[in-house]
Design a protein around this ligand. Sequence first.
Ligand code: GAR
Length: 201
Amino acid sequence: MDMAVLASGYGSNLQAIVNAVQNGGISGRVAVVISDRKGAYALQRARDSGIEALFIDPREHERRDAYDKAILEILHNRRIHLVILAGFMRLLTASFVQEFKSRIMNIHPSLLPAFPGLDGVKQALAYGVKVSGCTVHFVDEGLDTGPIILQEAVPVCDKDTEESLHARIHKVEHRLYPRAIQLFIEGKLHLEGRRCLADEN
Ligand code: GAR
């Protein structure tokens, strides 16, 4: 199954996915990595792994639907089946979501529905929760509102800074995201309304 990863930044989740593809944990192929930031380290990681890496400049497509159309064209040309958002900091338009309905995944650094949007880790710390975590979910038209595929809790320590908590959450993300992707590839994810059920036998 050919997959596209969309990433805006450091790309450690992309790396975890690429590693899982290499060691057989994911039985698919990352065909292309797309970023909205020219200097995103994720693009470098893709090149280092021999994966096509494309920067699509938001300034050349000022309207959101034009930008998303440009990405959709790339995805269709490469016959991409699954779109993986890995630290992609743009909201997709409703028509993009419709074209890839239940075939777009995102990872978010909190236990959704708590602390959606930007700075999930910072929001959780500021709120004072004792447990946070991360969530892999299907993308719908809302902001981090789609059906939850996998979630794992990460305790918050009194000494935590945003960096230290995010570092522990990242470690869990790197394990959770490849697992969710493989469940999808194996056809083991089933939606019942908002509930995403996984047969993990
Ligand atoms: C990850 O922690 C991911 O959960 C978060 O961005 C980070 C990207 O890290 N995503 C969001 O906040 C989405 N709202 P990475 O570039 O090292 O994979």
